[in-house]
Ligand binder design. Structure first.
Ligand code: THU
Length: 141
């Protein structure tokens, strides 16, 4: 569970960092803030490219920054857009890799929390690390 302060703080950070989004093609800036179990917060923005498919989402920038600095356990991620857009499928998959319990806060650019959910809820029946183990789960999922 997040405290109200943690919730507000994460949304505030994602809102603030959104100004650094590089989105000259979509004009849809996204800001993300990822809280780790160690208490650090990693920020991310979307970074677009003239070669469109190489664009990277804000959520994955935040996760990749965290993982590249040794963090693998996450508490919550806030994502802020102008209209409360939800994390894309690729970001859900990358988040799922590091735990299905991660809380996702979806807010708009007025700082209003529109949805509080989890990766488990956003990506049901996720393919994950266990599926690659020696004894993968058997039977109908
Ligand atoms: N975008 C994100 O940063 N996160 C998402 O989960 C959805 C989409 C970005 C990618 C692109 O720069 C812009 O939003 C429009 O798709």
């Amino acid at each position: 569970m997040l405290t109200n302060d943690q919730r507000d703080h994460l949304i505030q950070i994602a809102t603030h960092t959104r100004q650094w989004a590089y989105a000259p093609y979509s004009h849809y800036p996204v800001g993300a803030a990822l809280l780790t179990t160690s208490g650090k917060i990693y920020e991310g923005v979307n970074i677009e490219s003239a070669a469109y498919p190489t664009t990277m989402c804000a959520e994955r920038v935040a996760i990749f920054k965290a993982v590249s600095e040794g963090e693998r356990e996450f508490v919550a991620l806030a994502v802020v857009t102008r209209n409360g857009g939800s994390p894309c499928g690729s970001c859900r998959q990358v988040l799922a890799e590091f735990g299905l319990e991660t809380i996702i806060l979806i807010a708009n650019d007025t700082g209003h929390l529109l949805q509080e959910t989890s990766i488990k809820a956003l990506l049901p029946s996720a393919f994950g690390p266990n599926d690659l183990s020696e004894n993968p789960p058997q039977g109908v999922k």
